[in-house]
Design a protein around this ligand. Structure first.
Ligand SMILES: NC(=O)c1ccc[n+]([C@@H]2O[C@H](COP(=O)([O-])OP(=O)(O)OC[C@H]3O[C@@H](n4cnc5c(N)ncnc54)[C@H](O)[C@@H]3O)[C@@H](O)[C@H]2O)c1
Length: 446
């Protein structure tokens, strides 16, 4: 259903007829030229106008990329959230609750998918079948059958998917890739990777839809898809087999008391996880003002009985090039960040990333190269830039929207990357559930 405003669906045809801006500049003055250029901006539509959609792919895009893109439609099952997002983004395009109506009426060229993870597959495939290119947030999908559905739809429509693995674009992660490619530590034999989520960020997953496997596929998929994508990319290899364990030790049923959500909670004075949504005007606008429509509470209780994901996870992954990885993800830590090491035949690359901790650190990221028999440790300077996800967000958007030239190893992550990272997590989750190792090839035939 159309909810507000209207836009001209015939703009693209007009643009074709108008020819290039360069040609137009011969006959048009400055103002008219600006208008022709504006009509050549990429026509974007968005499905899922929550936090990520309205910020990274919404307000930030409008602020920094309005010379090359324009929003023609926003859609969400919650019409109030779609309206709140439109106002936060500062755009005039119409909002919809029907995806098909949005596409029919606004004729986008590209769809940004920022819905709840488990619904990505539906919108990616429907957009591809409409002949649109797709930019999707991670994880690409949450189930093995959905991987196949997406790859099949992409192939039959000959359209393109970008999976927005922003972590790859953090300069420190690019540096790791380049050191491994240089062969300094020889062929990698194993990886040690431990990711820590603290009692603020980690707990937040248990407040929201992410607490349900049916919505986010568990943190094995929702969160670890970032880490598994990095490892697949760093190693240039695919996951083959995964053996994993997972427990829920702190949140959900493990908690001492519970309520529906924090605002009316009788336990708020004693709960260490009490979250005061009213202090954040943006979150109040996006969620509290829209909760009468769908009953969704952004400050849901972390101790609700229905939490069915894990907060403590360990896995061993075997890769196609023979590398073994031991990986862990803990979601109730006093620190946020990671420890990572690549063990090679000729040395070791060690990384410690400090995102948040109750003490001061000199460097947010420390990286060391230790070559066998050298008797010394070399400190690697970690390139640093400002911005979300270690500076990865802006660099990723530059490649997508400005076609910024990058070396081959920094090209945009595609559906295959999306598939392989999800499948690592789906194999880990399945291994926990079935209490046995799981081969990726047994999950889906690609
Ligand atoms: N790359 C990153 O670093 C990063 C960071 C945050 C979120 N994300 C991803 O972005 C996506 C959105 O996350 P978020 O934090 O914005 O969540 P959110 O809950 O704020 O937003 C999700 C939106 O999807 C809507 N929605 C749910 N089901 C729908 C359906 N069937 N059809 C249409 N709309 C539907 C909801 O109403 C909500 O507005 C997720 O896939 C998440 O994994 C990625």
């Amino acid at each position: 259903m159309l909810m507000s405003n209207s836009t001209n669906p015939n703009r693209r045809d007009f643009v074709k007829a108008a020819g290039t801006a360069a040609a137009a500049s011969l006959v048009l003055g400055g103002t008219a030229l600006a208008s022709v250029q504006s009509r050549q901006r990429r026509r974007l539509a968005m499905i899922g106008t929550g936090h990520r959609g309205s910020s990274m792919w919404g307000a930030d895009l409008v602020k920094k990329y309005s010379d090359v893109v324009e929003f023609v439609g926003l859609s969400d099952i919650n019409p109030k959230r779609a309206e709140a997002a439109r106002s936060l983004m500062g755009v005039e395009c119409p909002t919809f609750t029907s995806f098909d109506e949005m596409c029919d009426r606004t004729k986008p060229e590209q769809l940004i998918v920022t819905t709840v993870d488990a619904t990505h597959v539906e919108y990616i495939t429907r957009a591809l079948d409409r002949g649109l290119d797709v930019i999707t947030e991670k994880p690409m999908v949450t189930e093995a059958a959905a991987v196949k559905a997406v790859l099949d739809a992409e192939q039959r429509n000959k359209r393109k998917i970008v999976v927005t693995f922003n972590y790859r674009y953090a300069p420190k992660h690019q540096k790791i890739k380049e050191i491994l490619q240089s062969g300094e530590i020889g062929p990698v034999t194993s990886v040690d990777f431990s990711w820590y989520l603290d009692t603020s960020h980690g707990a937040d997953y248990f407040r929201r839809w992410h607490r349900l496997k049916s919505r986010g596929g568990s943190l094995w998929v929702h969160k670890a898809t970032h880490h598994f994508d990095l490892v697949n990319w760093w190693l240039g290899a695919d996951p083959v087999e995964v053996s994993a364990f997972g427990e829920l030790n702190v949140y959900g049923k493990a908690g001492p008391f519970r309520h529906t959500h924090c605002r009316p909670c009788p336990h708020k004075a004693k709960c260490p996880f009490y979250f005061d949504l009213t202090k954040d005007a943006r979150l109040m606008k996006l969620y509290a003002s829209a909760e009468d429509v769908d009953g969704y509470h952004r400050d849901g209780c972390v101790f609700r009985e229905d939490v069915d994901i894990y907060d403590t996870m360990n896995a061993v992954v075997k890769y196609s090039n023979g590398v073994q990885m031991s990986y862990s993800l803990n979601a109730s830590m006093p620190i946020e960040g990671y420890r990572l090491a690549f063990n090679g035949e000729r040395g070791r690359l060690e990384v410690r990333d400090y995102e948040r901790q109750p003490w001061k650190v000199e460097d947010d990221s420390e990286m060391y190269l230790i070559k066998n028999f050298s008797g010394k440790r070399e400190k690697i300077e970690v390139p640093r830039i400002e911005g979300g996800h270690g500076g990865g967000d802006d660099r990723l958007r530059d490649v997508i929207f400005r076609g910024r030239e990058v070396p081959a190893h920094m090209r945009l992550p595609d559906s295959r990357a999306g598939a392989m990272s999800c499948l690592t997590g789906i194999a880990a989750r399945t291994s926990v559930e079935r209490r046995r190792p799981v081969r990726v090839a047994d999950l889906v035939r690609l």
